[in-house]
Design a protein around this ligand. Structure first.
Ligand SMILES: Cc1cc2nc3c(=O)[nH]c(=O)nc-3n(C[C@H](O)[C@H](O)[C@H](O)COP(=O)(O)O)c2cc1C
Length: 199
């Protein structure tokens, strides 16, 4: 029987997340930073896709993408997202709801500059989420940008990060007999209200 106790949870959900993230990383999964980002389009249709979590701390959870992609347009219009972490090696999952804002141009430049040249050129070549007539078109665009930027590749103006500032976390840990442990953190002024939920 699982014995996850409220007294053993960190009061700060980022600290709790870090604890579980480190235990997930210790299982050496193929993509330790993978998370699902769910967005809602203007018609109320939910969408979901995997991205890589690049940073998390008390300021929020950051990932990078093309802001003209489907997810980018949903986030710029709706400013809300859900993040989902499926940590099955540990029989755990974590969900986060939050508000979304763009990262600063300085953060975008710094992260873009740290990427391999091929990824930088790919960011120019791919009109993410738009129809692509043929694979050759993409490869031709990649080659054209490779010639256009023989030295430093500048950051495309539409490429950058989003920061999700959590308003709700849910930590789920499998228990025997389907009696799982679920803990919800919700914002309570500057602090967090923690409660156990039915599984
Ligand atoms: C393991 C994995 C990691 C990914 N990481 C990113 C990422 O960090 N940023 C990104 O824009 N797309 C990433 N993708 C691709 C997205 O899942 C998605 O196909 C793409 O961003 C277009 O999504 P959209 O059309 O819903 O905007 C990743 C996919 C996988 C499977």
């Amino acid at each position: 029987m699982s014995t996850l106790l409220i007294s053993r949870l960190e009061r700060n959900p980022v600290a709790q997340f870090r604890l579980w993230f480190d235990e997930w990383a210790a299982t050496r999964p193929p993509e330790v930073n993978a998370m699902v980002v769910a967005t809602v389009d203007p018609q109320g249709q939910p969408w979901a896709r995997t991205v890589l979590l690049k940073q998390f701390d008390d300021n929020g959870f950051v990932f990078f993408t093309n802001r003209e992609s489907n997810k980018g347009r949903h986030l710029l219009a709706g400013q809300r997202a859900a993040l989902y972490f499926q940590w099955l090696n540990n029989s755990r999952q974590v969900q986060i709801h939050g508000r979304v804002e763009m990262t600063s141009a300085a953060e975008d430049d710094a992260y873009f500059a740290s990427r391999p040249r091929e990824s930088q050129l790919g960011a120019w070549a791919s009109q993410q989420s738009r129809p692509l007539a043929a694979r050759d078109t993409l490869e031709d665009r990649f080659a054209a940008y490779d010639r256009q930027y023989p030295d430093t590749v500048p950051r495309p103006p539409y490429w950058g990060g989003f920061r999700v500032t959590p308003e709700r976390y849910e930590f789920w840990q499998a228990g025997a007999h389907r009696l799982h442990d679920r803990f919800e953190y919700t914002r309570d002024g500057d602090d967090w209200f923690i409660q156990r939920l039915n599984p």
